[in-house]
Design a protein around this ligand. Structure first.
Ligand SMILES: *[C@@H]1O[C@H](CO)[C@@H](O)[C@H](O)[C@H]1NC(C)=O
Ligand SMILES: *[C@@H]1O[C@H](CO)[C@@H](O)[C@H](O)[C@H]1NC(C)=O
Ligand SMILES: *[C@@H]1O[C@H](CO)[C@@H](O)[C@H](O)[C@H]1NC(C)=O
Ligand SMILES: *[C@@H]1O[C@H](CO)[C@@H](O)[C@H](O)[C@H]1NC(C)=O
Ligand SMILES: *[C@@H]1O[C@H](CO)[C@@H](O)[C@H](O)[C@H]1NC(C)=O
Ligand SMILES: *[C@@H]1O[C@H](CO)[C@@H](O)[C@H](O)[C@H]1NC(C)=O
Ligand SMILES: *[C@@H]1O[C@H](CO)[C@@H](O)[C@H](O)[C@H]1NC(C)=O
Ligand SMILES: *[C@@H]1O[C@H](CO)[C@@H](O)[C@H](O)[C@H]1NC(C)=O
Ligand SMILES: *[C@@H]1O[C@H](CO)[C@@H](O)[C@H](O)[C@H]1NC(C)=O
Ligand SMILES: *[C@@H]1O[C@H](CO)[C@@H](O)[C@H](O)[C@H]1NC(C)=O
Ligand SMILES: *[C@@H]1O[C@H](CO)[C@@H](O)[C@H](O)[C@H]1NC(C)=O
Ligand SMILES: *[C@@H]1O[C@H](CO)[C@@H](O)[C@H](O)[C@H]1NC(C)=O
Length: 550
């Protein structure tokens, strides 16, 4: 009986409160504060739950956990938001002990040009008076298109429950003259600033990273291949997503000129990068690619970005193939990454990485190939075959067949060596036939599929198109033009000697006694900003050593 009475009391209280809110309780009605409508479903969708003329309700300016609002603001206007603190929503379900952290983050998506003396400022406080007098709150300024701030509410806990000391966080945004630190007088609506703001008890919904986290593998005249860093490393800790989910990363490619504009105002703004005048993004192309049946990615000639998850040398990364580019042109690529909440990858917010630059080659002497069946780790430019100038798929297949044919005899020989026998009978207790076979395959691929460059360097060998590394290339490839070869790294030869039974008698040229041979056929890995030698396989095994100049 007592339970029912109690429930009735709670219910009746609830009903009166709700009625109170909906009927006539509007604390802002007599103040000059514009109420902002939150976007219910995150990005883009800005559902208007309050139509003009209707009575405003207090809830209509709420900002919800993880869900960014999108708003426009001009001089002389104030935006106000209320975030309802839920102590239970914190920290992925762990009950907070001392305090509730609220992460405020945001991006400027668009701002008027040449507004260096205007700042978009937010004020936040648990005290409702901030709505009238922003100065009583803490403040933060959007810089380089980005803002982040932290609000902390202590927790009152009893043995059975914990509640936040404050129940609401109030946020006001306003344009400020950075010289006078005064609110901007009203300006015309063409001076519109568009921004996103989010409050979450779990994470910064908008983030940025000073690392580029994407590497240019190679380019040719009309395409480029980029790869992210090791995805496995950060997925394990607390994020809830599969490292094989290709929607994790996206790439946006800008012209150099447009990126200069972008970097001036919104260097750190994910929203500006996503909405800006990019030439192409992997977002635009994901569906097109999915519908183009099973054609090789190498056959795409239109401006597009295709994604691929690759597992390679113990790490998983996402590759981006950008096709349809112009020759001798510098492009700028921005990598973005989704972040995850308790439901997995989230479609709102995310991380913006630092930009990378790449320049396409001026001639078609080299062609970028990847996705080979046998030499699966080959992903670089090779001398263009005069037999298949316009068909990179065919070119890739030809190179692959040459390497596979060279490997065929070796695999027979490997069967004659007792490597997979009992551990005692093996040539080495730690190396297996598989290690040897893999080292030999990588080595064969590197020496039979030369890496090509059109620029000269002290580390590269100039090759006359009639005098290639080997006769197979002269015969079956017949390069279109002279080129520079980036020699294989000598470490691949060392790995081969180390991983294979001594019965094979593999030996590598000794740099002390056969210097000429060495520099005609291999080179050393050096820590420069471009490749000094070509390595296939697990590159973490490369031993960096200084080249002896004497
Ligand atoms: C509210 O603002 C408008 C213009 O921004 C102004 O005309 C009006 O007088 C203000 N009302 C009050 C009560 O301050
Ligand atoms: C902000 O303004 C831009 C153009 O001025 C418009 O396209 C956009 O829909 C506006 N956004 C909101 C949330 O009102
Ligand atoms: C911004 O300033 C630059 C140089 O200071 C000028 O070239 C450009 O036209 C200006 N843009 C606008 C929209 O006023
Ligand atoms: C809120 O701020 C006003 C003005 O500074 C102050 O008078 C009031 O005591 C504050 N309220 C609380 C609960 O701190
Ligand atoms: C939780 O704690 C608050 C304040 O300490 C108290 O008012 C409330 O009744 C408690 N709720 C429950 C379900 O124990
Ligand atoms: C900011 O204030 C300074 C000093 O009063 C003034 O010269 C400048 O024009 C103001 N800027 C804007 C955008 O109002
Ligand atoms: C990639 O990350 C995983 C997990 O941290 C690690 O085991 C692996 O060695 C890394 N791969 C490379 C090449 O560093
Ligand atoms: C791609 O397809 C998904 C689901 O089929 C859809 O939600 C998304 O809007 C599409 N994207 C584009 C760019 O068409
Ligand atoms: C994909 O395959 C379908 C049927 O097999 C064919 O009609 C369509 O033209 C193909 N699309 C492309 C882009 O090759
Ligand atoms: C991870 O996300 C999936 C849905 O994508 C969900 O079913 C699962 O419960 C989540 N796991 C955790 C630990 O939050
Ligand atoms: C390119 O070569 C591949 C493999 O021989 C072939 O399947 C494809 O049809 C060729 N593409 C063109 C456009 O000729
Ligand atoms: C390449 O070699 C051929 C034959 O030896 C020779 O005729 C030609 O001049 C060489 N080309 C260059 C650019 O050295």
């Amino acid at each position: 009986m007592i339970v029912w009475q109690l429930l009735c009391v709670i219910y009746c209280l609830l009903v009166t409160t709700i009625q109170g809110i909906f009927q006539d309780f509007n604390p802002f009605a007599d103040r000059n504060i514009s109420l902002k409508i939150p976007s219910i479903n995150g990005w883009g969708e800005n559902k208007n739950i309050m139509t003009t003329g209707q009575q405003t309700i207090i809830n209509s300016d709420s900002i919800y956990e993880w869900t960014p609002i999108l708003s426009n603001i001009t001089g002389g206007k104030k935006d106000s938001f209320v975030f309802t603190i839920d102590a239970e929503a914190s920290g992925y379900g762990f009950a907070p002990t001392y305090e509730v952290l609220m992460f405020i983050s945001g991006n400027i998506c668009h701002m008027p040009a040449n507004k260096s003396d205007v700042e978009l400022t937010i004020y936040y406080s648990f005290n409702e008076s901030i709505l009238d007098n922003p100065a009583i709150g803490q403040s933060a300024i959007f810089q380089d298109g980005y803002i982040q701030a932290l609000a902390i509410s202590p927790v009152q806990s009893s043995s059975s429950n914990a509640t936040s000391t404050y129940s609401n966080l109030y946020v006001v945004t306003e344009l400020i003259n950075s010289t006078t630190q005064q609110p901007l007088p009203s300006s015309d609506t063409s001076e519109n600033w568009e921004y996103r703001l989010s409050i979450s008890e779990n994470d910064l919904v908008f983030q940025w990273d000073v690392r580029p986290w994407v590497e240019i593998l190679d380019t040719d005249m009309n395409s480029a291949l980029l790869s992210t860093g090791n995805v496995t490393a950060d997925a394990k800790v607390y994020h809830n997503y599969s490292i094989y989910d290709p929607s994790l990363y996206d790439l946006y490619v800008y012209s150099y000129e447009d990126s200069v504009q972008l970097n001036e105002n919104y260097n750190l703004s994910l929203c500006a990068v996503k909405n800006g005048p990019h030439l192409v993004s992997s977002q635009d192309t994901s569906n097109k690619t999915a519908t183009t049946n099973n054609t090789s990615p190498l056959e795409h000639t239109n401006l597009a970005i295709q994604k691929k998850i690759t597992e390679y040398g113990g790490s998983v990364s996402e590759m981006f193939y950008v096709s349809g580019l112009n020759a001798s042109t510098t492009y700028v690529a921005y990598l973005t990454k989704k972040i995850s909440n308790s439901d997995g990858l989230s479609s709102v917010g995310g991380i913006l990485f630092s930009q990378v630059y790449f320049t396409t080659k001026s001639t078609d002497a080299c062609s970028l190939i990847f996705d080979l069946d046998f030499c699966s780790d080959v992903a670089y430019s090779v001398p263009t075959s005069s037999f298949s100038v316009d068909n990179k798929t065919l070119m890739a297949q030809t190179y692959d067949h040459i390497a596979e044919a060279l490997y065929a005899n070796f695999s027979k020989a490997l069967q004659l060596i007792s490597c997979d026998a009992d551990e005692d009978a093996r040539y080495s207790p730690i190396m297996s036939c598989d290690d040897c076979a893999e080292a030999y395959r990588d080595w064969v691929c590197a020496v039979s599929i030369p890496r090509c460059s059109t620029t000269s360097s002290q580390y590269y060998i100039h090759r006359n198109k009639t005098h290639n590394r080997n006769d197979y290339l002269n015969k079956f490839i017949k390069p279109l033009d002279d080129y520079y070869e980036i020699l294989p790294c000598i470490d691949m030869c060392y790995t081969l000697v180390r991983n294979c039974p001594s019965d094979f008698g593999f030996a590598c040229p000794n740099d002390a006694t056969t210097e000429d041979l060495l520099y005609q056929s291999y080179n050393f890995y050096m820590d420069t900003d471009y490749a000094t030698c070509n390595y296939i396989g697990n590159s973490s095994l490369i031993e960096v050593r200084a080249l002896d100049d004497t």
